[in-house]
Design a protein around this ligand. Sequence first.
Ligand code: ADP
Length: 219
Amino acid sequence: MGRLIVFEGIDGSGKTTQVKLMIDRLEKENVRFRRLNFPRYDEPSSALLRMYLGGEFGDKPEDVNAYAASTFFAVDRYASYKKDWQADYLAGTPILTDRYTTSNAIHQGSKLPEDRREAFFKWLYDFEFGLMELPAPDVVIYMDIPLEAALARIGQRRTETGAGADIHERDAEYLRACWQCGRQAADYYGWRKIPCFDGGRARTAEEIHEEIRQVLKLE
Ligand code: ADP
């Protein structure tokens, strides 16, 4: 079986940046790997999550409860696994992904009060990895960033790209809850937390990359 490595964190935490640096490195070293991307907005299996993120079920993330919304994303992952990467995974190819089931823990768990989140975390992993039989991650790299820094980076990226925000991104209170829930999920599941700041100083993308390389070598 392959090694499933997940890069996770709230929006603006630097997941995409780190996946890219890791891919560049693996390509230079001629290591065979697969890179996945979730959600898969261009695929029919993402229809429900597109309706949800587009606001068709309500303008606010809370208009769809954590469990219902989680199934939309799980279905897309299932289709991706069956059609795209099951064979590679079973053949032992390392798989890198930016977001996975772990994203539901953060973005859906955040809709629940703190004392109901652990029951949700347990259900989520049982549902996708137990009942649906999707592969569980071998390592989850959790980008641990101060909320204010993530908000600033999201704002800057939006100015640069001119991209419109979906219902998750529009709501600063929701992002705050995701930040808090992400840390709770990281502790509950034992994800590897990677600090993005050193005291008040932002660590460079390269510094963080080196730390992630060390972690992946050891685990
Ligand atoms: P995510 O995929 O988690 O939303 P990104 O990788 O897109 O995050 O990063 C969000 C923004 O922050 C991007 O504009 C990116 O260039 C910038 N960024 C990422 N890592 C760092 C870093 N270590 N220091 C400063 N800026 C960063």
